[in-house]
Ligand binder design. Sequence first.
Ligand code: RDZ
Length: 256
Amino acid sequence: MPSPRSSRERRTGSGRLEFLSLVSQRSPGPPDSPSRRRESGGSAAAPLPEEDCMKLNPSFLGIALSSLLAIDLWASKRLGVCAGESSAWGSVRPLMKVIEVSGHGIPWLLGTFYGLCQSDSSAAREVLLNLLFALLLDLVLVAVVKGIVKRRRPTHNKMDMFVTISVDKYSFPSGHATRAALVCRFVLHHLVLAVPLRVLVVLWALIVGVSRVMLGRHNVTDVLFGLLLGYALYSVVEYCWLSPLSAPALFALWSH
Ligand SMILES: CC(C)=CCC/C(C)=C/COP(=O)(O)O
């Protein structure tokens, strides 16, 4: 028995199947428009209001963003292999938490402040004062962006972080990632280090970023944006560089 064929197909002289163009057979307009769908139901319909058409035709940007977010959530969940003790890489979680502390704001702020109090050269004081300024600027900027975006941390995150502030319930951007990128650029520009140490500094920043996703603290996009933000923030710090000439009162505070 011959198989039933749709009205969109016909046979050519050579016996090959050819698909008839739907567009050429119907009235002009987008082939999948709502009015078309109504026509295919057999009854003529009045055109839909413009707002309805807008809802039915989401913009390319909207689709691209939702797809990116869906991929982000899926990848972040799969990469969150240290999110709990019972996770696939749960045994590595303590090491990841040490890396977390290495990028935390408190040790960096306290360490820089201590160095500033101890330093006896004006060049070191200038660098440390600017590092302190950079770290504070970073904290404020991240808190503002987190407060505006209000993206929740991944559901698989265990909120057992060392010292947090209220906006740290939000995840975009990763504060550890901004700090790691900022400190990395700062150190590479202002400390004279041997190449292996420079490589280590870059590796540390990348590992801090990756560990945020592995610990389940962040989605991948939080970390990528955080790294970019920290990188860009360093340029702002360079631009506003504090020196004994531009901020004499501040330097007078630290001169012994
Ligand atoms: C309390 C102070 C001085 C800093 C908070 C540091 C902190 C907990 C940042 C959050 O980082 P993530 O956004 O990467 O989770």
